[in-house]
Each structure stands twice: as structure tokens, then as C-alpha cells.
Ligand binder design. Structure first.
Ligand SMILES: *[C@@H]1O[C@H](CO)[C@@H](O)[C@H](O)[C@H]1NC(C)=O
Ligand SMILES: *[C@@H]1O[C@H](CO)[C@@H](O)[C@H](O)[C@H]1NC(C)=O
Ligand SMILES: *[C@@H]1O[C@H](CO)[C@@H](O)[C@H](O)[C@H]1NC(C)=O
Ligand SMILES: *[C@@H]1O[C@H](CO)[C@@H](O)[C@H](O)[C@H]1NC(C)=O
Ligand SMILES: *[C@@H]1O[C@H](CO)[C@@H](O)[C@H](O)[C@H]1NC(C)=O
Ligand SMILES: *[C@@H]1O[C@H](CO)[C@@H](O)[C@H](O)[C@H]1NC(C)=O
Length: 656
């Protein structure tokens, strides 16, 4: 009986102290945060309050760097941060939750609070975020015709379970409970979605209230136009808008006033930069225009969240895509005020100067940009091809069916699946192997009897010519390049989602191999090919692994340091360092040429292992294959695009 009491008193004491220290809250009155409609403002502990916030997604930053990034945000003069909670990051298969390591969202919230930052929480269930499927778990597609983001009972059942897990976990972190969370967003830009299902939004309001209580400020975010607010805004949710720099701030807030005649003005996503797509130019937004518009927003007395303040990295397979299909690259640098690697930029200081005109900002010192180290060239040796390594990679064994199945039917969410069949007829002359438009999700590396013959790509390349005898083995390694995260096409099944034809015949009798590549790489299971099997690949070659290692030099202080991996003249693939999936590379298309490698995955005591899965062609015809660790990133290389350039837009609502 005694110890729980003491624990309670201690925790009350602790939270009281922290609040007193960080938030100026006076002991006695319980902490409170609310919308004041009469005075067009927020009210924190009874005082008029305005937030100047920045977006940071913990899922895109290694845990060891959370504190550094948050501190830099605090020292820029921000008093709040905004983060999404990506559902699929925490519930990778139904009922199996992960909240440890880089996914420890509670630790992230605690750090924010300890540093003195309030939190604007955006738990979805849909988050967009240029994140795979907008944060929705791919396993929702187990129900083939599920209507996501609607009252579909199977969708609602999954949402209820997830929210029943995450919201009670968040509740102690609400401001009124002594935590940093001042407001909680419900859904995300729902007014841009085709469904316009008011019952779904009403259900979410009830669900959020039932877990979080009546006091917390719940809000929505939509594009700054009355048309978006029509389906996005909802009674009992405070409506806010989002818009980028360079436009008419007064006009944008008029849209919010249409939904909320009274209450604080809020821009929930003020774009500091913009996203990239493979095959399009790198987005850059000038500091001057960001500073100018930020100044205009703050001058109106509005609340603002800078999206992104630091973008970070889509490690592994987490990037999303837009429609018509265009995948986002590994870097989510966003041209934000802190770079992908957390470096201070001119934009950071320009923003800090604007904020300084409106509030006191902490003196500093600002943590410096972390040093980077060029570990230099690493020779990598060719290992097995995917086809050679099938026994190691396909632990569940193949699945056979007349017609191709999707990744989800094969119980695989991410990565690569090998589809195998045989040529049904003699193809003595080049015979077209074809997919309908968008029949391959997303890219298939085609080989006949182990020789690469070409590539099919979703909406870009629909035919390759094939020659070979009847009965020859036809392999398609199909890459999931990231699920669409925005718009009506988010039900993005992966794999061969249509039948393929060879000449006039529909291909049948498939053998499909789910591939556990990350596990095989992590456990070091891949082996070298016998020299006779490894001709020096000059022409396109079937997808194959390459591996090398490097040692962190002795006698240089403060190593390991962050670095960037460059793969000059490699084509496209995936890289792991010490089993950590650092992401996709595609220098043949750009604009990103280097991958961010955080020091936290490097070892000073053992050789560091670099594993490359090259899908098209390794640049080793005139010597050994090499990769290179450099000290600076290149995200804006000239693009060799064989598909249309996407217009750069300041408003993602115009993407469709
Ligand atoms: C901005 O919009 C407001 C309200 O719609 C309008 O009165 C004003 O003239 C606009 N300013 C400019 C520079 O276009
Ligand atoms: C393919 O051609 C060979 C001769 O080269 C012939 O024996 C065989 O019957 C042909 N197969 C089919 C399926 O047409
Ligand atoms: C396939 O071969 C035919 C006939 O040789 C040729 O006209 C066509 O351009 C080729 N298609 C592709 C995609 O290479
Ligand atoms: C492939 O064709 C068969 C036979 O026409 C059809 O039953 C099946 O649904 C098709 N599969 C796909 C993925 O289109
Ligand atoms: C790299 O691989 C070797 C051989 O499997 C292993 O001994 C070593 O520990 C690995 N290095 C790291 C940092 O994991
Ligand atoms: C890429 O960015 C760097 C650094 O900001 C700049 O010096 C260079 O001119 C840019 N290159 C291209 C092709 O835009």
C-alpha cells in the first residue's frame, strides 16, 4: 500500500517541477490547454498562447540523434514540434506491436518535454507523410476490396484496435496530464480524399474522445481552400489549414475562417521546402521566400508549424509514392532548415532571425553540425545472384498458382518477390513480353535462363523482347518501390497485379518466391559465387549481391562519424551496412546520388560490412566493383529521366 502512494506523490512532484520549470505553470491549478473562441487564440494555463512549431518524424531519424535534432529546433526559437505516428511502423503484422529502439515514440515525447518543447501529435490513422501507404499497414489489403479511410467495417475494426493501443499510450503525455502534447490531429487532409465519409470522421472523433477524454484539443488539417474544408472540417474538431510560402497569407487564412469564424489562426504545414521524386529535379525553396512568408504569418498573430523542420531519411523500404506512379527517394531532406543529416543551414538561421522578431529565443549555444568522415573507397566482391541464393532467401518456400499472386497474397509486405515460369512456346525471333499499363507494381527485372533481358516498369516500360526455347526459365524479380501515399490509389497492391502476355499467349503456371532478403543479409548468409560462375558483368546482369568491408581507422579522434555512401555508375538497388537497410539507390535516374549513413550503425571494433543488391548492372567491367564513402551529400544531380518531369508544386493538393 505504501509504495504505490509514494510513487504517485513522487511522480506528481516530478511532473509539477518540470512543468514549473519548462512551461511556467503555477502549482495548484491543473495544467490546461484550450481554444479561446472569444479572443481568437489558444490558452495555455489560462494565458494567451501562440505556437511556432516544426515537423520532425522520429521514424526518419535514428534514435541516438533525436536529442540533437530536438535541441536544434528548440534553439531556433520553436516552442513546439509536430510529429506523425505512422501506424505501419508500429504494427507490421496484425497485433504485433513494436515500440522499442528507433520506434520508441514515448521516449521521443519524453525527450521533447525534457528539452522544453510542446508536442502537436498526428496519430492518423492515415498520415500521408510521403511514407509507405500514408502510414496505413499493407496488411489491410488482405481484404481485397477494402475501402480505406472510410466506414468500411474491416477498416474500422483495425483502426479501433490500433487506436485502442496507441491512444491510451499517449494519454499520460497530454498537457493536462503533465505531458507535452497540446493538441491531437484527427485523420489528415481528409478533405483531399475522394470518399468524404462523414460517418468515418464522426467515428474517429468518438474514438479519440473515448481514449483521450473531453478536454484535449482535437483538430483537422486541410488545404487552404474552402473546397478542401468541405469534407475535411467537422463539428467538434478545430479546423486548421496548410499552405506554403510565396502565396497570399491573408487569403489562405480566409479559407480557415470560413470553417472557423473564431479561434486561433493555424497553418499546420507551412512548407519550408518540398518533396522529391526519382527522375525529377531536386526541390529547392529559397530561404528568402520562406522567411518572408513566415514573417507575414507571424505578423497576423497566427500559429504555425514548419513542415519539415528536419526531413530525415526513408531508411529501408519506407518511402511512399505519388500517382501517376512516381516513387519518392530514400532521402527526405526536403530542403528543410536542418538537412537530412541534421546540419544547420542558412535557412535555419534565416528562420531563427524571423522568430526572434516575435519572441525571446534561447541563447544557445546551438549544437554544431556533426562532423562527417570520408572513409573512402570500398571494394565489393560479387556474391550470388538472387536466383542462385533462392534457397537461402526463400525460407517459406515457393507458392505455385496458375496466375500471378500479389505480395499480400504471398504474405510479404516490402522488398522483392521472384516470379518464375517457363516460356510456353519457342521464341526464335524477339517476342514481346508485355504487361498492361500499371500491371507491374512496380518494377520487374526480367531474365531468361539466368541472362538479363530487360525491365518492365509500372507506367513507364510495358514490353521487353524475349528470345528462347520453349521450356526456358523466365524469371521476373519484382520490386515494391513504395506504396502510393496520397489520393485515391492508396490501395497499392504490389507484385504482378495483372497477367503478363508473351506474344498472344497469357503466361501461366507461376512459381513465386517470397524473399527474406533483410534477414539473409543481417545473418550474413549470402555466399560468393564460384569464379567460373562469375563472369565479369559488362552488360545488364541478373539481380545480384555484392559485398565488401572497411575498417574505421585508428588514431583519429571522434570516429565513427556520419558519412554518405556514393555508388558512382551503379544503376539501381538497395544497400545494407552491417545489416541495417540504409535504403534504395538509383543514380541512373537521380536526383539523389548519396545515401546518409549514420555513425550509429558503424563499428570501431569489427570490420563494417557493406552489402549491395544491384538490380541492373554493376560498373565492374574494367576492374573491381567499388563504392565510396564521402563527407558530403549530393541530392540534386542532373537527372536522366525517361519519364515525364513532374512539375514542381508548392501545394500537394495539386499533385493529382
Ligand atoms: C491577398 O488577399 C486579400 C484577401 O483575399 C486581398 O484583400 C489582398 O488584396 C490580397 N493581396 C495581394 C497582394 O494580392
Ligand atoms: C520448339 O522447337 C523445337 C525445335 O527446335 C521443337 O522440337 C519443339 O517441338 C518446339 N516446341 C514448341 C512448344 O513449339
Ligand atoms: C522488339 O522487337 C521488335 C522486332 O524486332 C522491335 O520492332 C521492337 O522495337 C522491339 N521492342 C522492344 C521493346 O525492344
Ligand atoms: C489472369 O487471367 C485469368 C484467366 O483469364 C483470370 O482468371 C485472372 O483473374 C487473371 N489474373 C489477373 C491478376 O488479372
Ligand atoms: C561483418 O561480417 C563479419 C563476417 O560475417 C563479422 O565477423 C563482423 O562482425 C561483421 N561486422 C559487423 C560490424 O557486424
Ligand atoms: C547542387 O547543390 C549544390 C550545393 O547547394 C550546388 O553547389 C550545385 O550547383 C547544385 N547542382 C545542381 C545541378 O543544381
Amino acid at each position: 500500500m505504501k509504495s504505490p502512494d509514494r510513487g504517485l506523490i513522487m511522480s506528481l512532484f516530478r511532473s509539477g517541477c518540470v512543468l514549473l520549470l519548462l512551461f511556467g505553470h503555477s502549482l495548484g491549478d491543473p495544467p490546461s490547454f484550450r481554444v479561446d473562441h472569444d479572443n481568437d487564440c489558444f490558452r495555455k494555463d489560462g494565458e494567451e498562447f501562440r505556437y511556432i512549431s516544426g515537423s520532425i518524424h522520429y521514424s526518419r531519424i535514428p534514435r541516438v540523434y533525436w536529442k540533437d535534432r530536438l535541441l536544434k529546433m528548440y534553439l531556433a526559437g520553436l516552442n513546439a514540434i509536430q510529429t506523425y505516428v505512422p501506424w505501419n511502423y508500429h504494427e507490421e503484422s496484425p497485433g504485433r506491436y513494436t515500440f522499442s529502439g528507433d520506434r520508441d515514440v514515448e521516449h521521443f515525447l519524453q525527450l521533447a518535454k525534457d528539452i522544453g518543447l510542446l508536442v502537436i501529435l498526428r496519430p492518423g490513422p492515415y498520415v500521408c507523410a510521403e511514407w509507405d501507404m500514408g502510414g496505413l499497414p499493407a496488411w489491410l489489403l488482405n481484404k481485397k476490396d477494402i475501402v480505406l479511410r472510410s466506414s468500411d467495417p474491416d477498416y474500422i475494426a483495425a483502426v479501433d484496435k490500433w487506436m485502442g493501443k496507441i491512444l491510451p499510450m499517449m494519454k499520460p503525455y497530454l498537457y493536462q496530464n503533465g505531458g507535452p502534447i497540446i493538441t491531437v490531429q484527427v485523420e489528415n487532409e481528409y478533405g483531399s480524399y475522394f470518399k468524404c465519409d462523414y460517418n468515418y470522421m464522426r467515428h474517429l472523433v468518438k474514438l479519440f474522445r473515448s481514449h483521450l477524454g473531453d478536454e484535449v484539443v482535437l483538430f483537422t488539417t486541410d488545404g487552404a481552400a474552402v473546397s478542401y474544408l468541405k469534407c475535411g472540417a467537422m463539428q467538434n474538431l478545430y479546423a486548421t489549414v496548410d499552405f506554403g510560402p510565396g502565396g497570399n497569407v491573408t487569403a489562405a487564412f480566409e479559407a480557415q475562417r470560413h470553417a472557423e469564424p473564431h479561434g486561433p489562426l493555424v497553418n499546420s504545414e507551412f512548407y519550408t521546402g518540398w518533396l522529391d521524386h526519382w527522375g525529377s529535379r531536386h526541390s529547392v525553396v529559397s530561404s528568402a521566400i520562406v522567411a518572408k512568408s513566415l514573417n507575414e504569418i507571424l505578423a497576423t498573430g497566427a500559429n504555425v508549424n514548419l513542415y519539415m523542420f528536419i526531413g530525415g531519411t526513408n531508411f529501408g523500404y519506407w518511402n511512399g509514392a505519388n500517382s501517376p506512379y512516381a516513387a519518392q527517394p530514400t532521402s527526405y531532406d526536403y530542403d528543410a532548415p536542418l538537412t537530412e543529416a541534421g546540419d544547420l543551414t542558412e535557412k535555419y538561421f534565416a528562420i531563427r532571425e524571423v522568430i526572434r522578431m516575435y519572441k525571446n529565443i534561447p541563447e544557445g549555444p546551438i549544437p554544431p553540425t556533426t562532423p562527417k568522415y570520408a572513409y573512402g573507397t570500398v571494394v565489393v566482391k560479387r556474391l550470388q545472384t538472387i536466383a542462385d541464393a533462392l534457397e537461402t532467401l526463400s525460407t517459406s518456400g515457393p507458392v505455385k498458382s496458375s496466375y500471378p499472386q500479389t505480395f499480400i497474397e504471398l504474405n510479404q509486405a516490402f522488398g522483392y518477390v521472384l516470379y518464375r515460369t517457363t516460356l510456353p512456346v519457342n521464341c526464335t525471333t524477339p517476342t514481346p513480353l508485355s504487361s498492361p499499363l500499371n500491371g507491374v507494381h512496380d518494377r520487374a527485372y526480367v531474365s531468361v535462363d539466368g541472362a538479363a533481358v530487360g525491365i518492365l516498369e509500372r507506367n513507364v516500360a510495358l514490353t521487353v523482347n524475349v528470345t528462347g526455347k520453349a521450356g526456358s526459365q523466365l524469371d521476373l524479380l519484382v520490386e515494391n518501390m513504395g506504396r502510393i501515399n496520397y489520393g485515391k490509389d492508396i490501395n497499392d497492391f504490389k507484385g504482378l497485379v495483372s497477367n503478363l502476355t508473351l506474344g498472344a499467349a497469357t503466361l501461366r503456371d507461376w512459381t513465386m518466391y517470397s524473399l527474406s532478403i533483410d534477414e539473409a543479409v543481417g545473418q550474413g548468409l549470402l555466399s560468393e559465387t564460384k569464379p567460373s560462375d562469375a563472369p565479369r558483368p559488362a552488360a545488364p546482369s541478373p539481380p545480384a549481391f555484392y559485398q565488401g568491408s572497411f575498417i574505421i581507422p585508428d588514431g583519429i579522434p571522434d570516429l565513427p562519424q556520419d558519412t554518405f555512401l556514393s555508388l558512382p555508375r551503379w544503376r539501381k538497388g538497395q544497400v545494407w551496412i552491417n545489416g541495417f537497410n540504409v535504403g534504395r539507390y538509383w543514380p541512373a535516374r537521380g536526383p539523389q546520388l548519396t545515401l546518409f549513413v549514420p555513425a550509429s550503425i558503424l563499428s570501431t571494433t569489427a570490420p563494417n560490412n557493406v552489402t549491395v543488391l544491384e538490380l541492373e548492372e554493376a560498373p565492374c567491367s574494367s576492374g573491381p566493383c567499388r563504392v565510396e564513402f564521402t563527407a558530403s551529400p549530393i541530392l540534386n544531380a542532373t537527372v536522366q529521366s525517361d519519364h515525364e518531369q513532374h512539375t514542381r508544386l508548392f501545394n500537394k493538393h495539386d499533385l493529382l
